[in-house]
Design a binder for this molecule. Sequence first.
Ligand code: PLP
Length: 387
Amino acid sequence: MTVDPLVERMRPFGTTIFSEMSALALRTGAINLGQGFPDTDGPPEMLAAATQALASGANQYPPLPGIPALRHAIADHEQRFWSLTRDPDTEVVVTAGATEAVAAAILALCEPGDEVVCFEPYYDSYAASITLAGAVRRPVTLRPAVGGRYEFDEAELRAAFGPRTRLVLLNTPHNPTGKVFTGEELALIAGLCGEYDTYAVTDEVYEHLVFDGVHIPLATLPGMRERTLRISSAGKTFSCTGWKVGWATGPARLVSAVQRVKQFLTFVNASPLQPAVAVALGLPDAYFAGFNAGLRANRDRLTAGLTAAGFEVFPSHGTYFVTADIRPLGGTDGIEFCRELPGRVGVVAVPTQVFYDHQDAGRHLIRFAFCKRPEVIDQAADRLKAY
Ligand SMILES: *Cc1c(COP(=O)(O)O)cnc(C)c1O
């Protein structure tokens, strides 16, 4: 058997760029600003709660929708920060990270041939999940506009909607661009959801990492609560990306659809970590403010370093990431540039062109993560200056 056993529709999806670049970082000893994981641990109260849960028997299957304490904490957190009221028993489901929530939502809602409107560059699992469902993606391109802010063209967004549109998949704050969708942009999206009677699935894993402007959940816009599944995760907010504890919230019929698919993907996960995430979600406002302030300072530090190294840097208004144009340094292709960068100066970045269907739009753009200790960011910036 010489043929590739992988089903045809998944063949375009190779090893993720993160695995390739992280392996390169290990091999070369370069500083890894590629993959977005923090190099410090999350809140000690959360870690202590996990240790205690592990030692006190929380090691068997938790209930399918998640343990009650966590579902209550998720509902309380949404009320506290976004004034969204959720019934913890019917409007909240715990998932194996935001990744599973997105996959389960798409598999639950899309028939083969249905269309999903999304924004490119997109988080890499989106394209794969849409393809697994047999659905079709309709990407709308985000491009740096005047001042470097990523924007989309209204006509392009309108043209992406049609009779087969089933849902809009929106990530704000946006990875990899650091874009925070404005109230005006969200109103436009909400209007089209109403006009075409579609669902919205929102990935808000960076909900606490907005540095300029404010985070507005799409579900809070008029008419959107009833048609929106809101997804988030503990990984980014509490610096525990390896825990994979995420959730989806929304009207009971949408949450129930997600749950019915999710039960046959993983069934349940992370039993001893669920009570710990419940503790973390209940931390005082000072935790969330301090976490934001730390990342904002890192954003400023890395932005200054990249600018000094000669990149054109696009302002990041949120998330763990900042993007830059390599052309001022003589680069033309981000993939080539990122493959060479560790050998040349000992830093790993990620080319964002792999997150576009229209790859030309992102050919010269690369992404750096600033969820690292300040001294690591400074060292990376020093090395990049030698480029
Ligand atoms: C990191 C990330 C995720 C994955 O979250 P998990 O909880 O680790 O599955 C999903 N969406 C975006 C935009 C991310 O950056």
